[in-house]
Design a protein around this ligand. Sequence first.
Ligand SMILES: Cc1ncc(COP(=O)(O)O)c(C=O)c1O
Length: 450
Amino acid sequence: MKDENFLKANNARSLWHPMTSPADSLKTAPTIVTGAQGVRITDIDGHEVVDGVGGLWNVNLGYSCQPVKAAIAAQLDRLPYYSIFRGTSNDCVIELAEEMRSFFEPDGLTRAFFTSGGSDSVETALRLARQYHKIRGEGGRVKFLSLKKGYHGTHVGGASVNGNANFRTAYEPLLPGCHHIPAPYTYRNPFNETDPARLAQLCLAALEDEIAFQGAPTIAAFIMEPILGAGGVIPPHPGFMPGVEAICRKHGILLIADEVITAFGRTGAWTGSRLWGVKPDFACTAKAITNGYFPFGAVMIAESVAQVFEGDATGKATIGHGYTYSGHPVGAAAALACLTETKRLNVVENAAARGTQLFDGVKTLMARHDIIGDVRGGHGLMTAIELVADRATKAAPDKAIPARVQEVAYRSGAMVRVSGPNIILSPPLVLTAADVDVILSALDTGFAAL
Ligand SMILES: Cc1ncc(COP(=O)(O)O)c(C=O)c1O
């Protein structure tokens, strides 16, 4: 390994970072992370902090999950790769599909299609949704509906259903036939409605209106995150997703739950769909499926959708889709070990308890710091703090403000994530009450430094 000075001087010389400009990377030195243990990361200068970001919402079991590391190492020795395209399979992926089926059975999802990550999972679900309708003789159903503020990765299909201009504008024109309705975001919405239940009804009415405008027979699927994550942690009213499900069923539109963040316990329920009592047609997963230790994902498919593909007599059900790394044996081994650990540790319990502690703690910070305009969360370990220049006008703060809070919080013991005006907290699900206190105290110091 090159020495520290070389690494610090050359970070952006030959490397382009995702989600920032190359010029900014050249100007602003990143935190160079060189090690991690438990729920803590260590940087190149030896500074250790609690990881309030959990990698990128994915390191649910922390950085020292030995069974997952051991499973990866053993699988690399035994069979480091083989494809599962037509005609071949591997032992690990077969076992994993059975385990995933039993994990997702309460959601009505009984088949798995494996991918290399969240964007791949979204793309897979969108494509299979169109194919489902073609098999059934409704080939005109090609459009997709989704929520503004939603995040569905950055492939062209996913970016097209994304509800945030940051991931769209530079790459337009995107996929035609993708339309967005307002998110159930009480702090800011076009209806000026602050009551979550009434706002949910207004958004559902907007969905009905859009379906009537587009024509139900032209719409393949509606995709949503059970709790919007990257858009700033927006938990909808409990009636919202069931309302979406009912509208989709009425109009023959498939429901895709983008559970890339919410599956495997983050919300304090095993899946986001289960949290709201919804049975989607597809669930996109990735991230915590391997605890972030290996790039991997899965689309889980409802029994009713599976029956259509498996019972096809027309020849239209050949899946002309897949990735070299679909069903990668090392990823499958990691996912198997992860599922075992996730269930053994019953992470939902700690996610719910620590999530409440974190959410309550952040609300206490709001009472003390006027820069905080809104606090969102309350369902497991997904919490956002929206900063404002002025609470009355809700004007966005200067860009330097969230960055300053982040910097001071980091020096004070916690890594937190900045996304626009939001500070987002998504720590590992195995953190302790004392770790949550470290995050809260570091944030308090960060706000006090403004
Ligand atoms: C809800 C959701 N969908 C899809 C994605 C894309 O996943 P990936 O970055 O693994 O491609 C993400 C990533 O954060 C996500 O949060």
